[in-house]
Design a protein around this ligand. Structure first.
Ligand SMILES: CC(C)(COP(=O)(O)OP(=O)(O)OC[C@H]1O[C@@H](n2cnc3c(N)ncnc32)[C@H](O)[C@@H]1OP(=O)(O)O)[C@@H](O)C(=O)NCCC(=O)NCCS
Length: 172
């Protein structure tokens, strides 16, 4: 049986490992698995403690050989603030990302995670949900009402992209 629930900070290390499984297969990693998992788990722990910006739902398998349950998939939603509007207009957008299910558990769980994320966005009065699909997942998103928008413009930047952290301001 697979159950869905909100992610907890205690699960950050497992979630970071799933992130490595997903993205490490997507592009060649430039850091060790252990280093990445440590860095990503710290980020996820912080993100899960502060629910004002990020939400994450996990799929948990309760197979007989996993009595305590094992996290086998997840989806993340970032809430994007808009500047307040004087009229009737949603004041947040959302960004769905990191939808991932371990290969041996695929077949319907991705849809359940996505539905959970979209339903939550609907319940929060969010205006638009954006995402960048992988090649293989376009059909899943298309089935769920996503399409290439003529309204959203994005610009891909060409500066350094990898693990960029804002420099600390030096006080003088
Ligand atoms: C996308 C993913 C979460 C779907 O999980 P699932 O439990 O199989 O979900 P569902 O059965 O509900 O959905 C099936 C859909 O998943 C997508 N899919 C199938 N295999 C895929 C793969 N290797 N990579 C990406 N998406 C895939 C397809 O859209 C498929 O629909 P189709 O059969 O009509 O083409 C899972 O395939 C996965 O983790 N893929 C790798 C990560 C990824 O690409 N995530 C998308 C991030 S934008």
């Amino acid at each position: 049986m697979i159950a869905l629930r909100r992610a907890r900070p205690a699960g950050a290390r497992v979630l970071a490992t799933l992130r490595y499984e997903f993205r490490g297969n997507h592009a060649p990693p430039t850091e060790t698995a252990a280093g990445f998992v440590r860095r990503c788990a710290a980020w996820m722990r912080r993100a899960l403690r502060d629910s004002s910006r990020w939400r994450c739902w996990v799929a948990v398998s309760h197979a007989p050989d996993m009595p305590g349950g094992a996290i086998v998939g997840h989806v993340w939603v970032a809430i994007i603030d808009k500047v307040p509007n004087p009229g009737e207009e949603a004041e947040h957008h959302a960004y769905i990302t990191n939808l991932y299910v371990q290969p041996e558990f695929r077949g319907g769980i991705g849809q359940r995670l996505l539905t959970t994320a979209i339903d939550w966005c609907e319940s929060q009065g969010i205006g638009s949900v954006i995402l960048w699909p992988t090649d293989g997942s376009r059909s899943l998103y298309a089935r769920n009402g996503f399409n290439v928008s003529g309204e959203l413009w994005d610009r891909h930047l060409t500066g350094p992209q990898v693990n960029v952290r804002p420099r600390r301001r030096v006080r003088r």
